[in-house]
Design a protein around this ligand. Structure first.
Ligand code: PLP
Length: 517
């Protein structure tokens, strides 16, 4: 109606309607009456027109807009555009159903950052870290991080060694594994030996190593947890290693429990194997979480490049490295430990930069934020934060030990700032740890419950990770809720509970659906 109304608007009466560019003429009375009527009619249509105008998305309320009257698209791109503020609000509302990351005690990853980190991330939203020519200073910052981390991990010539950022520890593990495979292949080829059956030996590893095995065709020899073990033990190596072993993967911060595998003792045993059997097997340390804990609060521990057999180490910058999500690191002990065939060279600023990565384009912000943290916190700042997390974890463990049905599996001492516990054996509790996870979820807490890997898969554990931003007070509130939840479940047992693991250490595989835990 509004456009029609516009067509009807007579120029002659414009002045009467208050829009007056045109001088009013002397008209007969009936003409004036007609003009007055037309003017009223015009105002009426204008009023209607203005009502329709409020459908203008730029001024309309989000929740009375057309877009908010429909469900959001799931399978097809919408035909038309939506105003930015409407689209923003509607998408943000969908995210209300996500858990609150600060109460997610199942994740190792950063959930709290300083405003300056947020600012740097926003400042660098347009920086592609692979474009070394366009963003040479981001490349320089990545390079600085590599050498700072190499120094932290006692690489003999940290200023010379090689390494790179990755999307996380998973990509870093792939690169570390590939370097081991290539080095082994070269040695075997040089000796005229077969290269068709590579394997690697490990304890209970994160899913990324199962992916590495399958994607890059290497047999994984995951040593079962025997005799109450929680990780790989030196005495396991002799049975599982042979001439086709490309390396041993030791984990500093086992995903399932938080304990450290004994890297120095494993290396010592491999030294014996070399002396006795002539097998020279390198170690890669998956220090996804421990790589940014041990150098600060367990300095006496020998686990890194100070052990000669350790040839490469990975860690997640976005876990205890305190960077925002999306950055990991892989560092080699020395240049010679990264086979040349795997390196690509790109020219930048007249120089020549080595790259070795699975991804090409990637955001630069996380790397920049990692460097910010190094500058902002220094050794002292990292040590204070990690010590505070470790103290809180150990305090939580001491309180868990007092809770009747629970038994500690790891008390937060000597490994990651984490606590791992199970239900006491030989007692009918009337509920499972899965039920307990579900119950505390009602208060927003996300706590992982899952079975241990073979041979201890009959044991279900619950794990709480204490990281930056998880304060003593927050953990005290969690404890209150755990007490209440256990009391409730004891009063209201669930004899045929169907609750199961809701947490996985990786995606389910189509081929092996048990590989995720
Ligand atoms: C020991 C270990 N390795 C590797 C990973 C994978 O790390 P990311 O999530 O950074 O890829 C994890 C994740 O929890 C882990 O705990």
């Amino acid at each position: 109606m509004a456009p029609d109304a516009k067509v009807m608007a007579p120029n002659a009466i414009a002045g009467h309607c208050g829009e007056g560019q045109i001088e009013p003429r002397a008209e007969p009375k009936h003409t004036l009456l007609l003009a007055w009527l037309r003017c009223r009619l015009w105002s009426y249509f204008m009023a209607l027109h203005q009502t329709v105008e409020t459908r203008d998305p730029s001024i309309e309320d989000v929740y009375s807009s057309g877009a908010s009257e429909r469900r959001l698209p799931k399978y097809r791109l919408p035909d038309h555009s939506t105003a930015p503020s409407t689209a923003y609000n509607l998408v943000r509302d969908e995210l209300l159903l996500d858990g609150n990351s600060r109460q997610n005690l199942a994740t190792f990853c950063t959930t709290w950052v300083e405003p300056e980190v947020q600012q740097l991330m926003a400042d660098s939203i347009d920086k592609n870290m692979i474009d070394k020519d366009e963003y040479p200073q981001t490349a320089e910052i990545e390079n600085r991080c590599v050498h700072i981390i190499a120094d932290l991990w006692h690489a003999p010539k940290s200023w010379q060694t090689v390494g790179c950022s990755t999307t996380g520890s998973s990509e870093a593990a792939m690169l570390g594994g590939l370097a081991l495979k290539w080095s082994w292949k070269k040695r075997r080829e040089a000796a005229g030996l077969s290269t068709d059956k590579p394997n690697f030996v490990c304890g209970p590893v994160q899913i990324c190593w199962k992916k590495f095995a399958r994607y890059f065709d290497v047999e994984i020899r995951e040593v079962p947890l025997r005799d109450g073990a929680l990780g790989l033990r030196p005495e396991d190596l002799r049975e599982f290693c042979d001439e086709n072993t490309i390396g041993v993967v030791a984990t500093l911060g086992v995903t399932f429990t938080g304990i450290y595998e004994p890297v120095a003792a494993l290396a010592h045993e491999l030294d014996s194997l070399q002396r006795e059997l002539g097998l020279d097997i390198p170690i890669h340390v998956d220090a996804a979480s421990g790589g940014f804990i041990a150098p600060f609060i367990q300095q006496e521990l020998s686990w890194d490049f100070s052990i000669e057999r350790v040839k490469s180490i990975n860690a997640s910058g976005h876990k205890y490295g305190l960077a925002p999500l999306g950055v990991g690191w892989i560092i080699w002990r020395a240049k010679a430990d990264l086979p040349e065939d795997l390196i690509f060279y790109v020219d930048y600023l007249g120089g020549n930069m080595a790259t070795f990565a699975l991804n090409f384009s990637r955001p630069g912000g996380e790397i920049i934020a990692q460097y910010y943290n190094f500058l902002r916190l220094g050794r002292e700042g990292y040590a204070r934060i990690q010590q505070a997390c470790s103290d809180t974890a150990q305090w939580l463990a001491s309180e868990i030990a007092k809770i009747e049905p629970l038994e500690l599996v790891y008390d937060g001492n000597g490994g990651l700032p984490a606590v791992c516990y199970k239900l006491k054996d030989g007692i009918e509790h009337g509920f499972t740890l899965y039920d307990l996870s579900e119950r505390v979820r009602m208060r927003g807490w996300q706590i992982a419950s899952y079975p241990l890997p073979s041979d201890r898969q009959d044991i279900v554990v619950q794990r709480v990770l204490v990281r930056h931003g998880v304060s003593r007070d927050l953990i005290a509130m969690l404890l209150d809720d755990l007490h209440k939840a256990i009391a409730f479940l004891q009063k209201n047992p669930i004899p045929h509970s169907e609750a199961g693991p809701t947490f996985s250490h990786g995606a389910l595989s189509a081929v092996d659906t048990t590989a995720n835990l």
